[in-house]
Design a binder for this molecule. Structure first.
Ligand code: SF4
Length: 269
């Protein structure tokens, strides 16, 4: 345990309420942390505190949905508690403000693009749209170039007073259908998160490779636009950023609501 404390003390982090880092590695310590959390929860939301105690006493009485709703309701309190425990309130505020800046992306994607703009569109129909011309008209309304953030911010503002923004919303809708479904639109926006729709997965072909027969052997090859230069064993993929991570988290909410969250239940035959 001394090693643990030495490690954490070297990191410059400290815990409040007289807690030591090794408390996080013991049952008694965690019981203490939980008691502090419960005290804080009771002080800020007594009914939620009661709800949590009741649920803990008989968790089998909760349906999976009620269980999830309770977790979601508790999340902001737990988030603040953890920030307070580690003394990282300032960092949490900065992160929350970055989340807020990105919020229109996910709201516009779900409420405008997926629910409205794509309705009735097929790949063929979307490919018939002149996305570049529509984009130029849209940029005249936006008075700035189309990026995912600028598109989402403007559409979000226009949706607040739809009758006054019929024309730009029509253009935005056409543009979204083109960007999401047509090959040209995908080539322009395919690396982002906004103009995307969930698609069915073929679990036997998760990676789209083509078989090539050379020297009597079958070789599997990706299309050339997926080729990456490899040096040694380093990853060739830079991974995602906060925008991509939040996009995945928003998808998880949808997945969870549909009861398809196999990450928590396992895959059922
Ligand atoms: S299975 Fe789990 S991780 Fe995957 S999308 Fe669903 S909720 Fe998210």
């Amino acid at each position: 345990m001394n090693k643990i404390n030495q490690m954490w003390n070297g990191s410059g982090l400290s815990l409040r309420a007289g807690l030591l880092f090794h408390d996080l590695y013991t049952r008694d310590g965690l019981v203490q942390v939980d008691a502090i959390f419960l005290d804080e929860l009771r002080a800020s939301n007594a009914s939620l505190y009661e709800h949590l105690l009741t649920a803990r006493a008989n968790s089998a009485a909760l349906t999976p949905k009620q269980h999830s709703e309770l977790i979601i309701e508790l999340a902001p309190y737990l988030e603040d508690f953890i920030a307070g425990l580690f003394g990282i309130e300032k960092e949490l505020l900065e992160l929350q403000s970055r989340h807020s800046e990105l919020a229109p992306l996910y709201a516009v994607k779900r409420r405008f693009i997926q629910r409205k703009a794509l309705t009735g569109y097929t790949v063929e129909k979307a490919s018939a749209i002149d996305g570049f011309a529509i984009g130029a008209e849209l940029e005249a309304f936006m008075q700035e170039p189309i990026t995912e953030r600028s598109f989402a911010n403007h559409v979000s503002r226009w949706l607040e007073s739809e009758p006054e923004h019929t024309k730009p919303l029509q253009l935005a809708s056409l543009y979204a259908a083109w960007a999401t479904l047509s090959p040209q639109g995908k080539a322009k926006h395919g690396r982002g998160v906004l103009f995307k729709v969930p698609h069915k997965l073929d679990y036997h072909h998760l990676v789209s490779v083509q078989p090539l027969i050379t020297d009597g052997l079958v070789r599997l090859e990706l299309s050339s636009d997926h080729w990456r230069h490899r040096e040694g064993f380093q990853l060739t993929d830079p991974g995602t950023d906060l925008t991509g991570a939040l996009d995945q988290a928003h998808y998880c909410i949808k997945c969870h609501n549909q009861g398809k969250d196999s990450c928590s239940t396992g895959l059922k035959e």
